[in-house]
Design a binder for this molecule. Structure first.
Ligand code: SF4
Ligand code: SF4
Ligand code: SF4
Length: 288
C-alpha cells in the first residue's frame, strides 16, 4: 500500500469536507511521538496536513464519536463529524448506529482500505493475522485500492490452548489474569461499545459489585464487561492493546463472539441493518 498516496487522499478529502462546511471536525491520525500515530481532531482546513496514514494507525477512533453526540452549547446542534476508519473500526460504527447512539446524517465515513496494522513487535498485530477484511463495511468514500484477499490464521486457534485446560486449571488461569488487573479502566475507556454515562462497576452504591481492588470485584468487573459486550464486541482488540498489565482480554471477548455466532449467526457490526442482538429499542431509541 502506498501510504503517502493514502495520506494525500485523506488530506484532500478532509480539506474538501471542512471547506465546504459538510463537517465541523475530521477525526483521523497524526504523527505522534516515538514514530507512532496518534488520534487527531482537525477543525480547520489549514490543519489538514497534520493527517497521516501508516501501519501505526492502530486506534479505533469510533470511540471518540461519543464525545461528539451532544451540542457544545445550549441551542446549538451537535457537530457533524468525518471519521477515518479501518474495516474493523467500521463495524463499531454499525453497532452504534444500530443502538441509535449516533446519527448517520451527521457522520461522514472515510473508509481506508487496510492491509493490517503493526503489532508491538515487528510483525502484524495479532488481530490482523486473523483478519481477511480489507474494505470498511460502511463508508461514504473509500481511500486506497482493495488488495486481493489475504491468507489468514485460523480465527480461534489461540483459544484452543485455554479451552483444553481442565475447568479448575482454566479457572485458576483466569483468576491469575484478573488478579493482575489494576482497575485503571483503560480497557473500558477505549472501547466504542462501553458508553454508559455511569458505569455500574464504578458506582460506590453498586448492588452486586463494589469498586474494590480485591480479586472478587475484579472478577465480576471482567466477566460483567465481557457479557455487556456480548453480541456487540467488534473484535478490534483495542482493550487488550491499551491494557498496561497485558491481560489477554481478547481471549475472553472472542470466546463470547464465537458463542454468539454459533448460536445466533450474529457477528456485531457486519451489516448496517443488523439490529442489536440482546435488546430491542423503543421509539425514543432507549432499550426496552
Ligand atoms: S483487524 Fe483487519 S481491518 Fe482491523 S486493522 Fe487489522 S487487518 Fe485492518
Ligand atoms: S486496562 Fe487492564 S489493568 Fe486496566 S482495568 Fe482493564 S484489564 Fe484492568
Ligand atoms: S471489547 Fe475490546 S475488542 Fe471488543 S469492541 Fe470493545 S475494545 Fe474492541
Amino acid at each position: 500500500m502506498d501510504e503517502q498516496k493514502v495520506t494525500q487522499s485523506l488530506r484532500a478529502q478532509a480539506r474538501e469536507l471542512l471547506e465546504s462546511g459538510r463537517v465541523d471536525c475530521v477525526i483521523g491520525y497524526e504523527a505522534g511521538p516515538r514514530d507512532r500515530a496518534r488520534p487527531v481532531f482537525v477543525y480547520d482546513p489549514d490543519q489538514v496536513d497534520r493527517l497521516i496514514w501508516d501501519d501505526t494507525c492502530v486506534h479505533n477512533l469510533v470511540t471518540y464519536l461519543h464525545d461528539k453526540k451532544k451540542a457544545p452549547r445550549r441551542g446549538e446542534e451537535p457537530p457533524r463529524v468525518a471519521i477515518v476508519v479501518k474495516p474493523c473500526d467500521s463495524r463499531a460504527i454499525n453497532v452504534l448506529l444500530a443502538e441509535r447512539q449516533i446519527e448517520r446524517e451527521r457522520l461522514f465515513v472515510i473508509g481506508v482500505v487496510c492491509e493490517g496494522m503493526a503489532g508491538p513487535d515487528d510483525g502484524l498485530a495479532a488481530r490482523c493475522l486473523r483478519c481477511g477484511d480489507r474494505v470498511p463495511v460502511v463508508h461514504d468514500v473509500l481511500v486506497g485500492e482493495p488488495p486481493d484477499a489475504p491468507a489468514v490464521e485460523e480465527a480461534y486457534a489461540d483459544l484452543a490452548a485455554v479451552e483444553k485446560m481442565k475447568p479448575a486449571k482454566r479457572l485458576a488461569f483466569w483468576l491469575s489474569q484478573f488478579d493482575r488487573c489494576i482497575r485503571c479502566y483503560a480497557c473500558r475507556q477505549v472501547c466504542p461499545g462501553c458508553y454508559c454515562t455511569t458505569c455500574m462497576f464504578e458506582r460506590d452504591d453498586g448492588l452486586w459489585v463494589d469498586a474494590g481492588i480485591e480479586l472478587g470485584p475484579k472478577q465480576v468487573f471482567h466477566l460483567g464487561r465481557a457479557l455487556h459486550l456480548a453480541g456487540r464486541c467488534v473484535e478490534c482488540d483495542e482493550c487488550e492493546r491499551v491494557c498496561p498489565m497485558g491481560l489477554p482480554l481478547s481471549l475472553l471477548n472472542r470466546r463470547i463472539v464465537r458463542e454468539i455466532e454459533e448460536l445466533y449467526g450474529h457477528r456485531a457490526g457486519r451489516d448496517e441493518e443488523l439490529t442489536p442482538l440482546l435488546f430491542e429499542l423503543g421509539d425514543e431509541g432507549s432499550p426496552i
